[in-house]
Design a binder for this molecule. Structure first.
Ligand SMILES: Nc1ncnc2c1ncn2[C@@H]1O[C@H](COP(=O)(O)OP(=O)(O)OP(=O)(O)O)[C@@H](O)[C@H]1O
Length: 226
């Protein structure tokens, strides 16, 4: 099986504090994996290690073919191009439209051809059912719509892995389900997704492989059938 993420005997620190120890995790192409755990259990620290915001100083790790132990500052933009990262608070640029938000990322990642860029923006907005809203500013959209745009943005460069850190954390239950449906659809079409969440209702509704952070450990939870 082809893995996109692999951690072996990894320990994750914030400064001198040990947050997670002896982490052994493998995520394969096409997986949809949840990362759960109480507030402060280390979910965000785990995610940050994966997108290069927190250095891995102990153990082994690789993500989309980057060695996390040997990650240099200059590698990080290239790593981020192979990842799609989605945050709880969307992080859209508020001073420009949806289309301009997406074009901004394409420009920043080296796209040049205007026609191709515009076609790619349409393509990813279609995937999240937002094709007709490209002219809107973020503040003119609901929270769920903004998150769908953020997911579209994450898809722009065909990422090998999508890291979603509490993507439904700011949304009401019904809107969370809509965003979840989008993520599942994207997963069905072949994208690999790791999603940190504390929304157990979503886990029950959409069971999938689940990792839990607890007591400085990460372990796989076996889901009971109802
Ligand atoms: N920048 C930092 N410097 C020092 N300690 C930190 C830093 N960020 C987080 N921590 C500590 O690391 C531990 C894990 O925090 P982390 O944010 O990874 O947890 P979490 O599971 O994502 O929590 P939440 O669900 O509240 O986001 C906490 O004890 C926190 O206080």
């Amino acid at each position: 099986m082809q893995h996109v993420l692999y951690l072996k005997d990894a320990s994750i620190f914030q400064g001198d504090s040990l947050i997670l120890s002896d982490v052994n995790v493998e995520i394969n192409k096409g997986d949809f994996v949840y990362l759960i755990g109480k507030t402060g259990s280390g979910k965000s620290s785990f995610m940050k290690t994966l997108y290069g915001d927190l250095a891995l100083t102990q153990g082994e790790g690789s993500i989309v073919d980057f060695d996390l132990r040997d990650l240099k500052e200059k590698d990080i933009p290239f790593l981020r191009r192979k990842l799609g990262v989605v945050f709880q608070d969307f992080k859209l640029l508020t001073d420009r439209t949806v289309d301009e938000n997406l074009l901004f990322v394409l420009k920043a990642t080296g796209w040049k051809d205007k026609k191709e860029m515009s076609a790619r923006v349409d393509e990813v907005l279609s995937k999240v059912d937002m094709k007709t809203k490209g002219f809107k500013f973020p503040h003119e959209l609901s929270g769920g719509e903004q998150q769908r745009v953020a997911i579209a943005r994450a898809l722009l460069n065909n990422p090998e892995l999508i890291l979603a850190d509490e993507p439904t954390g700011n949304l009401d239950p019904q809107t969370s389900i809509e965003v979840m449906e989008v993520l599942r659809e994207i997963n069905k079409n072949g994208n690999t997704i790791l999603m940190a969440t504390h929304d157990y209702a979503l886990l029950l509704k959409y069971p999938s492989k689940t990792l839990k952070c607890d007591d400085n450990q990460v372990y796989e939870v076996v889901q009971r059938k109802a």
